[in-house]
Design a protein around this ligand. Structure first.
Ligand SMILES: [Cu+2]
Length: 164
């Protein structure tokens, strides 16, 4: 609701400006910026939605590279959906509390078999194309732990559980 009110205000200002400038043709610049709640480390500009094709890579806390598809704060959650696709995890970065346990609902939406592994937690879960599985994971006491697809990690199919 606050956002809607803000849009109205911006629109009103634009109308005033347009009138003051004698009908300048700038009425189409009112595209609103996306709200980016809870992702202070987001390196993107305001708008993150329409960039599906180009693979953006990032360095995980471990120094390994990952194909980056979103960061999500799950500190208040008992479970969260994680998409496995060709070849990335979305969200790629899950931030949570130290020692937090959480259920990951894994969905393979890609065209290949994929896998979710965390070496330190003895997790090695395959997912057939179209498959879904649940795994219980735990955030570390500090820093981050890497998860990966054992078939495609060299292609950047990695992510991490990071303590906020
Ligand atoms: Cu994979």
């Amino acid at each position: 609701m606050a956002r809607y009110t803000r849009l109205l205000c911006i629109f009103a200002v634009l109308v005033l400006l347009t009138a003051a400038c004698g009908g300048d043709d700038n009425g189409d610049t009112a595209e609103e910026t996306e709200e980016t709640t809870g992702s202070a480390t987001n390196t993107e500009p305001a708008d993150t939605t329409p960039t599906p094709v180009v693979e953006e890579t990032m360095a995980l806390t471990s120094g390994e590279n990952a194909n980056f598809h979103e960061e999500e704060n799950v500190a208040a959650e008992d479970s969260v959906e994680v998409e496995l696709d060709d070849n990335y995890f979305e969200p790629t970065i899950l931030t949570g509390q130290a020692g937090q346990e959480i259920t990951l609902e894994l969905f393979n939406e890609g065209g290949n078999i994929h896998n979710f592994s965390i070496a330190d937690q003895n997790i090695d879960q395959d997912l057939e194309e179209g498959g879904n599985e649940e795994v219980e994971v735990q955030f570390p006491e500090s820093g981050a732990v890497t998860f990966f697809c054992k078939y495609h990690q060299e292609l950047g199919m990695r992510g991490e559980l990071k303590v906020a």
